[in-house]
Design a protein around this ligand. Sequence first.
Ligand code: FPP
Length: 238
Amino acid sequence: MTELSAVPAHVAVIMDGNGRWAKQRMQPRSFGHRAGRKSVDKIVAAAVQAGIDTLTLFAFSTENWNRPAAEVELIMDVIRRSIAEESQRLKAQNIRMRILGSRERLSEEMCRQFDAAESLTADCTGMQLIFALNYSGQWEILQTCRNLLAQAQAGGLSEELSLQDFEAARPIADLPPVDLLIRSSGEMRISNFLLWELAYAELYFTETLWPDFDEQEFQRALAAYAQRDRRFGALCTT
Ligand code: FPP
């Protein structure tokens, strides 16, 4: 079946290039991450405006722990502050905020703040905003297998494991498939992001560094998506 692409329901973004953006300005990497936060605010507003159902942002990968401790601390602080400061505003805009990722290595205070922001916006029925944090696609698949194993040990799983069983055991069971993946900064990699949900995603790469990524860039990505012919493995009809 050929499906004409209109507005993607689920957009996922790999926000890359903060460090290079700062370097171009002879500033420390922290300058780039702080500027990157402003782009997050712009893209959330643009996604609401465009009628996106789910926006998933790759905020911190399990591999990002390999950066110098001071940079890890800075990125975590920018994310923690952003979520704490923005949660009331998200609620006012009817945006449901969720975190996808492992709680391992996150401070108790950070987890408490995330729980509070998730609870505050839990009943919101507008766009769903997911921060993938301390996340990797392989972690998600492994976590899903662990959940299935626990179900099987409790006798709650049929031996004929189905696609639906697998999806329902994911850390966010109702996470929809990604329609459009955007990556900034010219890198053309998936970098262990949403491996399961990206199965049939359309990919959009731009040279723009994340702190320069704005509403117009987002519109350009949506326009490119609208031109794509999504066939999901079926034949081209034109
Ligand atoms: C990639 O740029 C960016 C990150 C690893 C961190 C993403 C964090 C933010 C955009 C801050 C705000 C986030 C939220 C959720 C409010 P890079 O450091 O890899 O850049 P480089 O490839 O140019 O070095």
